[in-house]
Unconditional design. Structure first.
Lengths: 145, 145
DNA sequence: CTGTAACGGTTGCGCTTACAACTATCAAGG
DNA sequence: CCTTGATAGTTGTAAGCGCAACCGTTACAG
């Protein structure tokens, strides 16, 4: 049956498969901690930035605020981060990793670095760098919604 | 705080964002039909191949079989596909689109073609083609699990 | 001030999902 | 035949998710 478009060339479809496969493979690195992908992303962003509000994490990760809200709840319950009211605006709260959170972030971060360099090896370093550029442009383009 | 790896360079993370953004944007094209992404993928693959078993769709789309099973149930209920027992093996069932299914697939396929060519325009055609190649290699590499 | 709109974050609810256990069927060896 | 093990697909259940509605707070126009 002829089609107007070829599914095997459809970018959202290919992106999804690549993302799903790589994320699922890397998830092996933290699933034994009972951690969700969203929780890992929150952890990683806090590890990188030091401290952020929930809203900032939403904007950075392009994730719905309820998803972040619940991930933060679980991380707090697990003792990996703590909240502090922001002076001057009682609506926001500043999120920071606890010592345990920093340790977890560091450990998973090392695994991530290894995983990523494995991917780059299979792709070739130049192509991996090009891929990063293209993905960034795609993301920047899609931001405006 | 220093990190062993840079989240902004982490491929699974970038792939996820790009995939999420593009898929979410395209989902506008079929969400008013009450269709999920998985259902659309089943529909598109059947539209392309004519007829497939559930297991084949699992392998092609790299999706869990329970997810496919339920998507097929919903599509059948919506009258977009029908099942037929395969002669010679009573375990399998062959899935085929109904007329309504083919029409839906055709309509969404046209939207998909438009959406995809929009993406390729913003990326540049050469880079889009290169992206497809890299994603294919990433997917092929990840298959073996 | 006061009303109104916007913002940050949480909660309720129905639906989807993942994971494991299950049924039914087939294939191969003894 | 009969057993053992693989395969195709479904189902039970607990958990995560998206969406809309919500509360408390802030900004600002009149």
């Amino acid at each position: 049956m002829r089609q107007d478009f070829d599914l095997d060339q459809f970018l959202p479809y290919l992106l999804n498969q690549a993302a799903e496969l790589t994320s699922a493979a890397f998830q092996e690195s933290y699933r034994d901690r009972g951690m969700t992908r969203t929780e890992w992303r929150v952890l990683a962003n806090l590890g990188k930035q030091g401290s952020l509000t929930a809203g900032q994490i939403c904007r950075i990760t392009l994730t719905d605020k309820t998803k972040i809200s619940r991930a933060v709840q679980r991380l707090e319950l697990a003792g990996l981060l703590h909240r502090a009211r922001v002076a001057g605006d009682r609506r926001q709260e500043s999120l920071t990793l606890t010592d345990a959170g920093r340790i977890a972030c560091h450990q998973i971060g090392k695994l991530a670095a290894g995983f990523d360099s494995g991917l780059r090896d299979t792709l070739g370093h130049a192509e991996a760098a090009a891929l990063v550029q293209v993905l960034r442009r795609l993301i920047a383009k899609g931001q405006g919604r």
